[in-house]
Design a protein around this ligand. Structure first.
Ligand code: SAM
Length: 212
């Protein structure tokens, strides 16, 4: 079966050139990264995979701040990965698609993914892959913006298609249902506060486990 169309890696190759702008990061993604780090500190995760790692800002921080952790960052954009590699040699950077992760089953105690899930054209397949590569009992930390209603989620989906870069932001409830369908057990779902877009499309961090 052919894959549903998703955004092209070239979009992200271009974005990678100015992605790390400090003020942009502080206004947008940094608070979500902080929330992921705080959640990771709550238990030992020796091997952590960051899916859709972009320029590797979060993966590099995990490696720096959680000392015993081995970190792999995976992304399908070579532009993003080039910048990631320039930023840290202590993380392994791997080119790969979230829908077909190039890792063995049960390889990681934690999988994280921030601000990338809405781009995955087959979210069920991506969740299945995250579940597969986690060890039993391992944790999945998913940070993504969630519209307040199904109507808004649909409108955003339609708008993104018209712009020819399809994306899909599920509501909090929709996301929980998707995770449960993939076999995960939801632990927590917390709102992350940030300035840019924080009212209209607030980000949430959902923590789920692959049952042991
Ligand atoms: C907005 S960036 C987020 C990057 C990073 N996680 C962060 O928090 O800064 C979205 C990333 O998802 C990646 N991405 C989108 N679709 C993907 C897919 N199907 N497989 C792997 N990576 C993908 C893009 O290349 C991009 O680097």
């Amino acid at each position: 079966m052919s894959e549903r169309p998703g955004p092209r890696p070239r979009l992200f190759d271009t974005w990678s050139r100015f992605y790390n702008l400090r003020w942009f990061q502080w206004l947008t993604y940094r608070p979500v990264h902080n929330a992921v780090l705080a959640a990771l500190r709550q238990s030992d995760s020796l091997r952590v995979l960051d899916v859709g790692c972009g320029t590797g800002l979060l993966a590099s921080r995990i490696r720096r701040e959680l000392h015993r952790t081995r970190v792999i960052g995976c992304d399908f954009s070579s532009g993003m990965l080039e910048r990631a590699a320039a930023g840290s040699r202590d993380v392994a950077w791997v080119r790969g698609n979230a829908l077909r992760l190039p890792f063995r089953t049960s390889s990681f105690e934690a999988v994280v993914s921030t601000e990338a899930f809405h781009w995955f054209p087959d979210q069920a397949a991506a969740l299945g892959e995250c579940f597969r590569v986690l060890t039993p009992g391992g944790r999945f930390l998913l940070g993504v913006m969630s519209p307040a209603s199904e109507g808004m989620s649909r409108a955003l989906r339609l708008g993104s298609r018209l712009l020819a870069e399809p994306s899909n932001w599920p509501t909090r409830r929709g996301l929980r249902a998707q995770l449960e369908d993939a076999g995960f057990k939801i632990e927590t779902q917390q709102r992350v506060y940030r300035l840019l877009g924080g009212l209209l499309l607030p980000p949430f961090l959902t923590v789920a486990t692959r049952p042991a």
